[in-house]
Design a protein around this ligand. Structure first.
Ligand code: F0G
Length: 526
């Protein structure tokens, strides 16, 4: 059906005009590292969808309703209620506290009722239970939740030593997730469904979705059938949507199968839930049994299968900052790591990020996040969001640009093997990086190479590891921030570069090739 626009623009930031020569001079000065390029000189910024959202008027209003008290600001209660509301939907909540705080009518009885909720057994224990058995932790962003989780798990394991480092398995580790888990001593194994770049005809993208973000259950089952692997595997991490696999969604059927596999081995399942709402929208759109369900139902059904989650609110929380870590009260995770794991997480949270009621966030930001969670899980908003990204991908495809179809929810990915087909390019020359530099220099469009350079192709020692690295460029679409003009301009600019692809130089690393997560740090030149 015809999908109507979902919002109006109320605040505008005009661009300054910049020439390609000026951008070239700046690029040289920042060692051709796109992350170091000043945003003010970019016309279309597709570097990330993280924290780059335009907030709604309700979110800005919510910021004014937040307070900055050191202990238990209003945003703390609203955020915890928002998570309960969205993940578990207890009948007595339904945005009550948030609405009352916004309207200025929240009275003492309201706070008392909120605090005294007996709620336990879920992801956000009620007030008194949260004090005794903490299971929900506010942090500034997703990677802090990862660091908190993995370092505390590693401590718990150390007191119960195993011969080799324990294993975490996943459908795809985001770069910081992998880095945090490795730094804590975990061994990582990725089981991404094969066929990420397989062709998919344009006329099918609105009717079907192959859920290419899925966890490869068959491969993981084979892996776990070796008792030496099974006994060392401590956690299944399901990334939804799967940023490592081109932002592709994970189906409910796959979530169920992963949960069953984990249960059979007595292991907890954690979601890397950054884009849980967009994932739910894909399930609703493409999994027949959810066609008539609401997003609210899909989300609660998804989280039924999780024992815990980390989340960066900078994505589907539609805010500029924020994150959280949670595990199910008395669930598999608590059983496996001991009843005191929540207290140890809280100690570390307080030491690193501050009191549990703010976790290095301002009270204003917590209110904006609560509003963002409520608004960002609305069916109409999510339908419009998926439509915008899908339209962008189709625009590119129609101009003959090799784009991964169907697109994920937060970004469009260019297939750079096909883009440079016939040009005799080797991964070692990082031609996709060269393309991102040319696109930024000539047209002021910032994108990110998610391929051999960023995923360290040259450091892999086996051909099998090298073959698993996709050669992509990501155009992440910030939420609520762009118009059709951005997409048309970008599609046309990329089309022009595609026509002269033989002339686009590759890139050479001039400094920091061996640094961890080098795409943020190293120097390059065309
Ligand atoms: N997990 C996933 C799947 C992510 O995509 C990100 C961030 C994180 C964890 C970390 O969250 O940034 O709040 O610390 N992804 C951003 C991106 C940076 O551009 O894809 P964070």
């Amino acid at each position: 059906h015809l999908i109507p626009p979902t919002h109006n623009v109320t605040v505008v930031r005009p661009h300054i005009s910049v020439t390609p020569e000026e951008r070239e001079a700046v690029l040289r000065a920042v060692e051709y590292n796109v992350f170091a390029f000043p945003a003010a000189l970019v016309t279309c910024d597709f570097l990330s969808d993280s924290g780059a959202a335009a907030m709604t008027d309700v979110q800005w209003a919510a910021m004014l309703r937040g307070d900055e008290s050191y202990g238990r600001n209003a945003g703390y209660y609203c955020l915890l209620d928002a998570f309960r509301d969205i993940l578990e939907r207890p009948e007595n909540l339904r945005e009550r506290l948030f609405r009352d705080v916004m309207a200025g009518t929240a009275d003492a009885a309201m706070y008392l009722a909120t605090f005294l909720q007996p709620h336990s057994g879920g992801f956000v224990n009620g007030g008194p239970v949260q004090l005794i058995r903490p299971n929900f932790f506010i942090v500034p962003q997703g990677r802090c939740a990862e660091a908190l989780l993995f370092s505390t798990m590693a401590d718990a394991i150390r007191t119960n030593p195993t011969v080799q480092p324990p294993i975490i398995i996943s459908n795809g580790f985001f770069d910081t997730t992998g880095a945090n888990a490795s730094a804590a001593g975990f061994e990582l194994h990725t089981f991404t469904q094969p066929g990420l770049t397989d062709p998919f005809p344009l006329e099918r993208v609105r009717k079907e979705n192959p859920f290419r973000g899925n966890f490869d259950v068959a491969a993981a089952t084979a892996f776990l059938s070796d008792p030496a692997n099974a006994s060392r595997t401590t956690l299944v991490l399901l990334t939804i949507t799967n940023n490592w696999a081109a932002g592709q969604p994970v189906s409910m059927a796959n979530i169920e199968a992963v949960a069953a596999l984990a249960r059979a081995h007595g292991m907890p399942v954690f979601f890397d839930a950054c884009r849980f709402a967009e994932n739910a929208a894909f399930i609703k759109k493409f999994e027949p049994r959810y066609r008539d369900a609401s997003i609210a139902t899909v989300v609660t059904d998804m989280f039924r299968h999780a024992d815990g989650f980390t989340i960066s609110l900078k994505k589907d929380g539609v805010v500029n900052m924020g994150g959280a870590l949670s595990f199910r009260d008395k669930g598999v995770f608590a059983t496996r790591f001991g009843p005191g794991i929540g207290v140890r997480l809280k100690e570390r949270q307080v030491a690193m990020y501050g009191n549990d009621s703010y976790g290095a966030m301002s009270g204003r930001d917590l209110m904006a996040a609560a509003a963002g969670l409520y608004q960002g899980t609305q069916d109409t908003y999510l339908e419009g969001r998926l439509e915008q990204v899908c339209n962008f991908a189709q625009r590119l495809e129609k101009k003959g640009i090799p784009v991964l179809l169907p697109p994920g929810g937060s970004a469009v990915f260019l297939d750079m093997d096909r883009f440079f087909a016939g040009c005799g390019r080797s991964h070692a020359d990082f031609p996709a990086v060269g393309f991102t530099l040319e696109l930024l220099r000539e047209h002021g469009i910032r994108t990110w190479e998610a391929g051999p350079f960023s995923w360290e192709w040259d450091k892999k020692t086996t051909q099998e590891e090298r073959d698993r690295i996709p050669n992509l460029v990501r155009l992440a679409v910030p939420r609520n921030a762009m118009t059709d003009q951005h997409f048309e301009y970008t599609a046309e600019a990329i089309s022009r570069l595609h026509k002269k692809r033989h002339t686009i130089p590759g890139a050479r690393i001039t400094r920091g090739a061996d640094l961890r997560m080098r795409h943020f740090q190293s120097g390059l030149e065309p």
